[in-house]
Structure formats: C-alpha cells, structure tokens
Design a protein around this ligand. Structure first.
Ligand code: BMA
Length: 360
C-alpha cells in the first residue's frame, strides 16, 4: 500500500499543473549526458580545499580555486561534499569544512552550471563514536522507530534536512546516504545490521526528507561498495521508489603484488561491476554512476588514461567522481594538483571527447 502511494506521488502538488522541480531538470540533464555517450567528471570537496591549500575567509573568497581547474583549465562538472558533523550541529564538517562555506560552494557551483552531490559520514548515534565505529551491531536497530535512539536520530535527520533546505530548492543534489553498505567499516555496514534494518533506515531517511520535509531537490543515489556481484548489490536495495540512480564505490588498492597488478585488477573489477550495473540499470530503469573511485596518491602516472578511462569508456555512466585532495595530509589525494608529476595524464584524460567538465 505504502509503496503504491509513494509511487503515485510526484513533483506535482495538489490538483494544479505539475511543477517542474530542479530535480526534474537534473534528471533531464543526466539522461542527456548518457544519451550523448558522455561521462561527467566529479571531484570531492574541490572548491573548498585542495592539496596543501584551503579556503580561509570563506565569506569574502570568490571560490575560484580548484586543483582540477589548475590542471585541466575547467572545474569538475560534479562537486561532492560531505555532511558528516551536521547531525550534531557542528560548525564544520568532519574534514574541517565550515557548513556555511559548503552551502556557498554548492550554490555557486550550481549557478556556474555544475551538479552537486552529498555523502554523509555521521557519527555513531549509539556509541558516540564516529562513522567508522563498528563496536556495536545494535546501532541501526536503536535508531529505527521504537528504538532507544530513535528520537535523537530524528533530530540528526532534522539538522541534515535543515541544512539542505537552507541551500534552496533550486539547487538539485544527488544525495547518497548510507553508502558502502556491504562492507563492514561503517556502523550501517553489512555485518552491523540486517538487510531489513538497512532498508528501513534508507526508507526512513527518504520518507523524512522527501515527504515530511517536502524536499523536492534530492536525487537519491544507492551506492554500495563494489566487488560484490549483482545479488549482493541488490540484497540491501531499498526499492525502486526510493532510488534514482545506481552507484558503486570502488577504489584501486596496491597490494604486495605491486602497482601494475593493482591497476590491471582495478580496471577489470570496474568493468565487471559496470557490466552487472548496466543490467540492473535496465531492469530497474535507473541511471548509473561510479559514485566514488580513485587511487590514493596516484603513484601510477598513467592512471587516468590507462586504468580509469579504458575501464569506464564502454559504459553508460552519468559520471565518475574521484575522492578528495586533503589539504592537511600530503599523501591523501585522488585528483591531480598543479605541480603533481602525474598531472599531464589527467590533462589528457580531461581532453578526451567523451569525458566532460564544467564549461562556464
Ligand atoms: C575518507 C577519508 C577521510 C575523510 C572521509 C570523509 O575516505 O578521506 O580522511 O574524513 O573520507 O570525507
């Protein structure tokens, strides 16, 4: 019953003419990208800091610096931000980004013609630890309706929704809460809750944001970690009504067998994952994306053109997003920066016909 009612709900309200929302416009754009066979490039936190720099006086700053722009001459089309910390009304997120700056950057990026995506690494509501605190497998249960932390968690949702609301309905946001849900490194991960509890958590979040708060600008991304196969991928899927785009988070890790083997393995894994994601995207009538990827520190100076690009080029993904360039950890970067030895390969990647950036 509930699902039918939700499926019938659309962006039109009341009996009047359907209102075109920013989400509707985003949907059209994403489909146009895919239909034109082009993949947008995205980078996490790109406007708010980069390798060895960060925005200081954010109210005065024009926010025109970007590690990606420094190398490719253009901003990424997708800009990722993380809400971790909003749940406790912190002034900065878990990586030191003031929420005021995040709001300004999201609004500005949208004004420039770009697309914004939000992830969320909230603290552990039961233990008080961080998102990676997996000391209890009772956390999800405790925050669902009837649980001992349900009221507190609802306050967390309220704070996150307040922040999104403050950005404004005209900025569409690809929102991907409860990501990497098959691994067991976050408190909402595979061994930390049942599939049913996970699905309830996702749907509870969706219902609160979309229905109770009436946020019309969220484009919901389901983004498990990869390397799992289609059955595992779908095992915690909350349902077609709650998801707009199928994502997957997969990184390259260098093991004892070295960089070359890691690169070969990575490209192969990405292709396998995007193959089953393609089938699922047809079956469920959803777009798909590589919601997070990268190789930390990019020791392979041909990674972009020889590992990432060959792995994604034959698939209809709307975008690929590489993770952040930390301002305070010199080796923790997933995008190039000016002066980085491997930057020319990124420049070559940025000039490929089917990869695109933000042209202002
Ligand atoms: C991780 C790392 C952390 C960071 C977190 C949330 O992958 O980059 O340093 O705090 O993402 O952005």
């Amino acid at each position: 019953m509930l699902l039918t009612a939700l499926a019938l709900a659309c962006s039109s309200c009341g009996s009047g003419e359907p209102v075109e929302t920013s989400k509707d416009r985003l949907t059209q754009r994403l489909y146009a990208w895919v239909n034109n066979g082009r993949i947008a490039y995205g980078h996490q936190d790109d406007l708010v800091y980069g390798h060895a720099w960060k925005v200081e006086d954010w109210e005065a700053d024009p926010l025109d610096r970007s590690d990606i722009k420094d190398v490719a001459g253009r901003y990424p089309m997708l800009m990722g931000f993380d809400l971790g910390g909003i749940e406790l009304a912190d002034s900065c997120n878990l990586d030191g980004v003031p929420f005021g700056l995040m709001r300004k950057a999201a609004q500005l990026h949208a004004q420039r013609g770009g697309v914004v995506t939000f992830s969320w690494h909230p603290r552990n509501p039961l233990t008080g630890g961080d998102a990676w605190d997996i000391s209890s497998d009772q956390v999800v249960k405790s925050i669902l309706p009837g649980g001992e932390k349900a009221a507190e968690f609802n306050l967390w949702l309220r704070r996150a929704a307040d922040f999104i609301d403050s950005i404004g309905p005209d900025v569409p946001i690809i929102f991907r809460p409860w990501h990497e849900n098959l691994g067991s490194w976050f408190w909402w991960g595979g061994r930390l809750c049942s599939a049913q509890e996970y699905q309830e958590l996702y749907r509870h979040t969706w219902l609160y944001f979309n229905k109770e708060r009436g946020l019309t600008n969220l484009y919901w991304c389901y983004s498990p970690n990869g390397n799992c196969g289609p059955e595992a991928y779908m095992s915690r899927y909350p349902g077609d009504e709650f998801v707009d785009i199928l994502g997957v988070d997969t990184y390259e890790y260098v093991g004892p067998d070295g960089l070359e083997e890691a690169g070969v393995r990575y490209s192969q894994e990405i292709r396998e994952q995007l193959t089953y994601l393609t089938a699922l995207s047809h079956e469920h009538q959803k777009l798909m994306c590589l919601s997070e990827t990268g190789l930390e520190g990019i020791p392979d100076f041909h990674w972009w053109t020889e590992r990432l690009y060959p792995a994604i080029k034959d698939f209809s993904i709307a975008y690929v997003l590489t993770w952040r360039n930390a301002w305070d950890k010199p080796g923790h970067f997933y995008g190039p920066w000016k002066g980085f030895e491997g930057a020319s390969d990124f420049k070559a990647f940025s000039e490929l016909e089917d990869i695109f950036f933000l042209d202002e």
